[in-house]
Design a protein around this ligand. Sequence first.
Ligand code: CO8
Length: 309
Amino acid sequence: MAAATLVRRLGRSGVLPLCCRPPAWDRARGPPPSPLQPPGLPLAPCRSFSNNKIQVELDESSGVAMMKFKSPPVNSLSLEFLTEFSISLEKLENDRACRGVIITSALPKIFSSGLDITEMCGKSVEHYSEFWRAVQELWLRLYGSNLVTVAAVNGSSPAGGCLVALSCDYRIMADNPKFSIGLNEAQLGIVAPFWFKDTFVNIVGHRIAERSLQLGSLHPAPEAHRLGLVDELVPEEKLMEKAAAVMAQWLALPDHARQLTKTMMRKAVLDRLVAHREEDIKNFITFISKESIQKSLRMYMEMLKKKKS
Ligand code: CO8
């Protein structure tokens, strides 16, 4: 399906971030079961849906969904990917059987390479506007989700990929110094917008964020853990087991108390973008349309290609 059609469909579906939606804590649900399948029991009922970019499996007995990015070569966040991602989250959010989602990658070594740079190069103003709205939409939906969100970061995660992880409630990363994570926009000659920065500051604090953003640092996994950018490091083969255990811990609390607390912590940041959304799109278009910025992005893409040869 064309990305533009998906975006229109998303618009019609009335997707709203947590700050604008009625809370889900009035959903009558029983006590939280364990997201780990007990050994020896028949497999729990599982529902799956999948699109070109993302595969989702919901274990109905635990209420935990597994979302896997599967867009080779590097899970870059194209307009189509962002739209599919928002639609998948919306489906889970509206599914009474779902209480939490673990987000990971089906590709080896890469969680997500961030925003698809080709979407920001040599395109029309209308395209930039549509693309940036989709980036905003995804962040509002993920950062404002009522679900428990756990990122199982099983590979490198620059820029927009890092934002996806930062927007979750908890981050577990594979303990491999070759995998790095961070908001490296400055290295591309571009600037992370205020809501990327706010999300980052809320996790690592002002000083670390200030230095890391100015330098466009990509932090190898052990350093990211030391800075608090990721909550835990585990050997790669234990990543999913750990993610399931963390999920069980978070789901052991009553949804309403956890959700109200999350809203209390995140609402101001979400509201800030909601209040300045159109202005933020205009700023993006003005910035990205500058010839000097276009040149920086082209040079960065060339550098990526040269690195291979
Ligand atoms: N967008 C588009 N294409 C990409 C991207 C990307 N983000 N990343 C990689 N690619 C392409 C490469 O060009 C290459 O294409 P081809 O095969 O045609 O030459 C292909 O994907 C594979 O890439 P690599 O060979 O580099 O793969 P590796 O496995 O060696 O490395 C990495 C994977 C580590 C992900 C590496 O590709 C990399 O570092 N990529 C760049 C990541 C990056 O810097 N992303 C930042 C994107 S900007 C963003 O997310 C926020 C922008 C905020 C905008 C604010 C503006 C105001």
